[in-house]
Design a protein around this ligand. Structure first.
Ligand code: HPA
Ligand code: ZN
Length: 329
């Protein structure tokens, strides 16, 4: 039995495996510019975030109907469950779909068909986090929040993703304030490719409760001290960092130094179909390459539940935490 864990950094569009991409392309009569799954997999050779994002947005063309989003989410939940994920807080990128003529309702209700029955079907509790694309305008983010208003019973929080450098968090101050007023939880990608200042800005200007990635905090001792003191969760994605060349190899990943510095780290998969592994694969990879002790692995699993948005279900959180403490390696 794998170590029980929560996944807090997972883009549902990044779980689109080549086989499902071709299945949906056939179903929706969409032509993909790749001969087959092998040819597509050969395109998974990224030299940074933008080269990945180009393919990530291109493949979304196959997602058209509620059923497509439902199938995508069910495929992820089944794989995640098999790797010990007991709770998943799932990002989605509505602007990337609305721009292609796919309505917010199609995306959210399609995902919900899988998420709403996930506990019964997969034994995984879920939350949905709507991300704004930071390389789109602040006005577009506000329009997206407006479009989401009929669906807020399905949506727990907001996030910020896509191309980071040149798009500082403060650009989205207004939409984060509006979302907070609606009772939405707030997270943001920061310090993946962007500088440590973006992490500080996400905390101070956007009021985020967790930082997605946050790797580059290690360049600022003052920031590390603050993040550790305030127990700000960082949702790290080790295999993603290697594939997007944020670190050279897994053995060079700063996770051990981050844990030693007292940072509240969690381990997640980001876009598992593209980066070579799901949540459990990421745990296994850091265990093997970084020699993390069982205590450290248990700490990472414990952190994932402590950092999750389960405040409305503390009984469940306690149950998950008890599973972590009782786990035998
Ligand atoms: O790793 C990522 N970083 C930024 N934006 C993203 N959108 C999907 N995955 C990512
Ligand atoms: Zn991400």
């Amino acid at each position: 039995m794998p170590l029980p864990k929560a996944e807090l950094h997972l883009h549902i569009e990044g779980t689109l495996e080549p086989e499902l991409a071709f299945e949906l392309a056939a179903r929706n009569d969409v032509e993909l510019p790749y001969a087959d799954t092998d040819a597509l997999r050969k395109a998974y050779d990224f030299d940074g975030l933008q080269s990945f994002l180009n393919l990530y947005y291109e493949l979304m063309a196959v997602l058209r109907t509620e059923r497509d989003f439902e199938d995508l989410a069910n495929a992820y939940l089944a794989r995640a469950a098999a790797q010990g994920v007991r709770h998943a807080e799932i990002f989605f990128d509505p602007q990337a779909h609305i721009a292609r003529g796919v309505a917010m309702a199609t995306v959210v209700e399609g995902l919900w068909r899988a998420l709403g029955s996930s506990e019964a079907n997969h034994g995984v509790s879920t939350r949905l986090i709507m991300c704004f694309l930071r390389d789109e305008s602040a006005e577009s983010a506000l329009e997206t929040l407006e479009a989401a208003k009929p669906h807020l019973d399905r949506i727990t929080g907001i996030g910020l993703d896509s191309a980071e450098v040149g798009h500082p968090p403060a650009k989205f101050r207004e939409v984060y304030e509006a979302a907070a007023a609606l009772g939405l939880r707030r997270v943001a990608h920061a310090g993946e490719e962007g500088p440590p200042e973006y992490i500080t800005e996400a905390l101070d200007v956007l009021g985020v409760e967790r930082i997605d990635h946050g790797l580059r905090c290690m360049e600022s001792p003052e920031l590390v001290e603050r993040l550790a003191r305030d127990r700000i969760p960082l949702t790290l994605c080790p295999l993603s960092n290697v594939r997007l060349r944020t670190v050279d190899t897994l053995a060079d990943h700063p996770l051990p130094a981050m844990l030693d510095a007292g940072l509240m780290c969690t381990v997640n998969s980001d876009d598992p179909a593209y980066f070579g592994g799901y949540a459990g694969d990421n745990f296994e990879a850091v265990q093997k390459s970084l020699g993390l002790s069982e205590d450290r692995l248990r700490e990472l699993a414990r952190n994932s539940f402590l950092a999750s948005f389960l405040e409305d279900d503390e009984e469940r959180r306690s149950r998950y935490l008890a599973e972590v403490e009782a786990y035998e390696f």
